[in-house]
Design a protein around this ligand. Structure first.
Ligand code: PXG
Length: 437
């Protein structure tokens, strides 16, 4: 017979279900920097949920906005009808995103945002009479969500290998991780700008007339925190411009303050043609994402369309009223509390706290940028990821939630973090590292 609270029915995403269900880690409530576990223990959130709760948990302004919105307008169709808050949110996003990127297509997740950017890129070239430009170029160790578009351009073998032949006409640039030359870099690593030139090789192979877009995370987050080498993104930008290829930045993680600026484009001073975003757009409270495009793309699509409907794409919940209300309240908080600036002021402290772990057991690399730090451990022989998984559980037992990608720990706290929280995160990690073999 099934118990009421049986854990079996819920098939958890990206989780070792069998192991989790033997020893579940369940949170019940959250406030500010902390979760409370079902056992009543405070758990410091060192991951901003999943890189999304940038303003901290249970912000009254957001919960009030969504409550009011739910009783005012619970839902409105997004095709052929609209409601004011979706328009207002798009305008507010355009205000803080790079200049000349003033048009936002709303989605419900980062995966949908990414697939939307790819579809816009293809449709745009076709609209301007360059319909042969259909290839999409991603990068090894890229994570672009879990839609078929995203896993096709993505570069994480396990996210691809189980799912058939994926999209055709895809190629990948090499990743930029170079342990030998760049280990223990602070901020952007010195070496690797020349890897952008590999894009020229791919273009030579396929010809630019067949390539629509290149998509990269300006800072690869979930594949282990890989800040771009100095000069790399600028090179990518200039190669793309030279060959009339759109450059897409996947800013699902970096958008809305993670690096101490509204976007990573801003941080690195490189403006792409399309940006995908999600997560911090609503502080993670209500699902939402978006594709933000350069004016020229939007205008071309509108002018050159062969149908009154200029883009055959959209979601039932695009610009959902409650998500839009959450987004507006979230942007108010970011602005009034100057949270992006706050993150950039705290970043040096976190950098030094992270790099202080250099001599701890098993540590082979430490990387950081903005309010992001990663500590990479040597994998156990024939058991990649096992040591990291064990460490994650140990750190949880010490009252801190961190994320692991294989043997790399990522620390990405809400932007409201204080120095004492940073200390608590790294102290717990240091202690746990002493305890595992
Ligand atoms: N692009 C990037 C760059 C992402 O980081 C997505 C797209 C997909 O977003 P959705 O909303 O469809 O999940 C992401 C998501 C981790 C972690 O631990 C990272 C993500 C999701 C879950 C865990 O690093 N990023």
């Amino acid at each position: 017979m099934k118990r009421v609270n049986d854990l079996e029915s819920y098939w958890m995403p990206f989780t070792a279900n069998r192991d989790f269900k033997k020893e579940p880690r369940l949170v019940y409530s959250a406030e500010g920097m902390y979760y409370k576990s079902v056992e009543g223990k405070d758990i410091l959130d060192a991951t901003a949920g999943l890189w999304c709760v940038n303003a901290g948990h249970n912000r009254k302004r957001i919960t009030q906005a969504i409550t009011e919105q739910a009783s005012l307008l619970d839902y409105a169709p997004s095709f052929q009808f609209g409601h004011p808050k979706a328009f207002e949110l798009a305008t507010r996003i355009a205000e803080i995103f790079p200049e000349g990127m003033n048009h936002v297509f709303f989605t419900n997740s980062g995966s949908e945002a990414v697939d939307t950017t790819l579809k816009i890129a293809l449709a745009y070239h076709r609209a301007r009479g360059k319909g042969t430009k259909t290839r999409l170029i991603g990068r090894e160790r890229g994570y672009h969500g879990v839609g078929f578009g995203g896993i096709s351009v993505g570069g994480m073998p396990r996210n691809r290998q189980y799912f058939g032949s994926l999209l055709s006409g895809i190629d990948h640039m090499p990743h930029t991780f170079d342990h030998e030359r760049n280990a223990f870099s602070k901020g952007q690593p010195e070496h690797g700008a020349e890897l952008a030139d590999r894009l020229e090789d791919i273009i030579a192979l396929h010809d630019a007339s067949t390539i629509a877009a290149v998509i990269v995370e300006p800072m690869a987050g979930s594949t282990g925190v890989l800040p771009p080498p100095k000069g790399y993104l600028k090179k990518l930008r200039s190669i793309c411009s030279k060959h009339d290829i759109l450059l897409i930045f996947d800013e699902v993680i970096t958008g809305f303050g993670r690096l101490g600026t509204a976007t990573a484009s801003d941080y690195f001073g490189v403006i792409p043609d399309i940006i995908s975003c999600a997560k911090g757009i609503t502080n993670g409270v209500i699902p939402m994402g978006g594709a933000v495009v350069k004016d020229e793309i939007y205008e071309t699509m509108l002018e050159e369309a062969d149908n009154p409907i200029e883009l055959f794409h959209g979601y039932t919940y695009s610009g959902h009223p409650i998500a839009a209300a959450a987004g507006l309240a979230t942007l108010d908080i970011y602005k009034e509390e100057e949270l992006f600036k706050r993150a950039s002021e705290l970043a040096p402290y976190m950098e030094s706290a992270a790099h202080d772990l250099k001599d701890a057991n098993h540590v082979i690399d430490i990387r950081n940028i903005g309010l992001v730090a990663a500590v990479e451990l040597a994998p156990r022989k024939d058991a990649v990821g096992e040591r990291g998984y064990e460490l994650m559980k140990r750190v949880w037992d010490k009252g801190v939630m961190v994320r692991f990608t294989q043997d790399t720990m990522a620390v990405t706290p809400p932007l409201i973090a204080e120095k004492k929280h940073i200390d608590q995160m790294f102290d717990a990690a240091r202690q746990a590292l002493k305890e595992i073999n």
